[in-house]
Design a binder for this molecule. Structure first.
Ligand code: AHG
Ligand code: MN
Ligand code: MN
Length: 337
């Protein structure tokens, strides 16, 4: 395959009538911001970017310097392009309309500027996750309520993983494609077109230290995975947990698997650990476009009607048949089986 750049791919999509010029610009701007974040992360201790910022976000989490820096980079890059009506971020209490000084467009951008913050200081892969929605037609200055659209209305979703190489994984609703950053020329180059996540898997990702806090169906599901060949699933399973959602999802995009962050008694009151609008939904769109599945354990992720910008949900996503198995344990338990 002759490798094509992100720019060329986007122009082809525009000429095919699948995206418009504004969405193309939006993706280019986000990709450029991610390159800037990638450079800052790559400098590490030499750039003075490691460690705590000394502040907290609305989620009650301590912010790392890179959480704040990445948020600022994405905000600044997207403010003046004319393609957005508003932005929302994990690191901001409320959404922000594009300032009056700039032209406003028709899209809403949501992001987790730096995912996997606990891994920053130990030099393990982190990432950025983003989701694009349409701004409702009659709205010129969007508020939080205008972002509360189910995942099935997303027009674009992507993530960047800052690992040994920097990669951008993107969908505009016509397949999921992988781009690798060529650092010499500064461009994202398509390295996998139309990724397909294998339907079956022998690998699961979960934070096992939470086991005793899980709900009964999750206990049974993982219990059966651990029984291996001799158990009801009839095969031995391997386990991986990076604790950066982007890195765990990227492994699944590459070789299949199931990722889960289920409900547990510690996060039950909040609805889960991971955030629907800028973690679960964009990943669900990317995974479904790659032939996988994404669920709360009881409902298709992208059909959840959001009620809050920072709403949390239980997450099961990855290889289609394995996600169906996890859902089966939950539904059977609910039905009292
Ligand atoms: P963030 O750094 O954006 O707050 O997200 C961290 C998330 C996610 O990336 C990861 O899967 C999960 O938190 C890890 O949680 P544990 O530390 O509980 O394993
Ligand atoms: Mn995150
Ligand atoms: Mn984050």
């Amino acid at each position: 395959m002759k490798h094509i750049s992100l720019t060329r791919y986007l122009i082809q999509e525009q000429h095919a009538g699948r995206i418009n010029a504004d969405l193309r610009l939006l993706i280019e701007v986000v990709a450029r911001a991610c390159k800037t974040i990638s450079i800052a992360i790559g400098k590490g201790a030499l750039g003075g970017v490691l460690g705590d910022a000394g502040t907290g976000n609305i989620q009650g989490e301590a912010q790392k310097k890179l959480d704040v820096l990445s948020n600022d980079i994405l905000l600044e890059a997207n403010a003046w392009g004319g393609h957005l009506a508003g932005l929302a971020s994990e690191e901001m209490d409320h959404s922000q309309p594009i300032p009056d000084a700039f032209q406003r467009g028709n899209y809403l951008l949501l992001f987790d500027p730096l995912d996997g913050s606990s891994n920053i200081d130990v030099n393990i892969s982190v990432g950025t996750i983003f989701s694009v929605l349409r701004c409702p037609d009659d709205v010129t200055a969007p508020g939080d309520e205008h972002f509360l659209q189910p995942g099935n209305t997303q027009v674009c979703a992507g993530y960047t993983t800052y690992g040994p190489s920097t990669m951008l994984v993107l969908t505009v609703g016509h397949g999921t494609h992988v781009f690798t950053l060529d650092r010499e020329i500064g461009s994202f180059i398509m390295t996998r077109r139309d990724v397909q996540v294998p339907a079956e898997t022998k690998e699961f990702a979960v934070n096992m230290s939470n086991q005793r806090f899980w709900e009964a169906p999750m206990q049974r599901y993982v219990g059966d995975l651990l029984k291996g060949k001799e158990g009801p699933r009839g095969k031995d399973f391997n386990m991986r947990w990076v604790a950066s959602m982007v890195a765990d999802v990227h492994r699944i995009i590459t070789r299949g698997g199931i990722f889960s962050y289920p409900l547990d008694s510690k996060c039950r009151d909040k609805g889960g650990k991971l955030r629907l609008m800028y973690e679960a939904n964009p990943m669900a769109f990317i995974i479904e476009q790659a032939g996988g599945a994404a669920s709360t354990g009881r409902q298709r992720m992208m059909d959840v009607q959001p009620t809050g910008l920072h709403q949390r949900v239980p997450v099961f996503l990855g290889s289609r048949d394995e996600v169906a198995q996890a859902v089966r344990y939950h539904l059977e338990d609910d039905a009292g089986a």
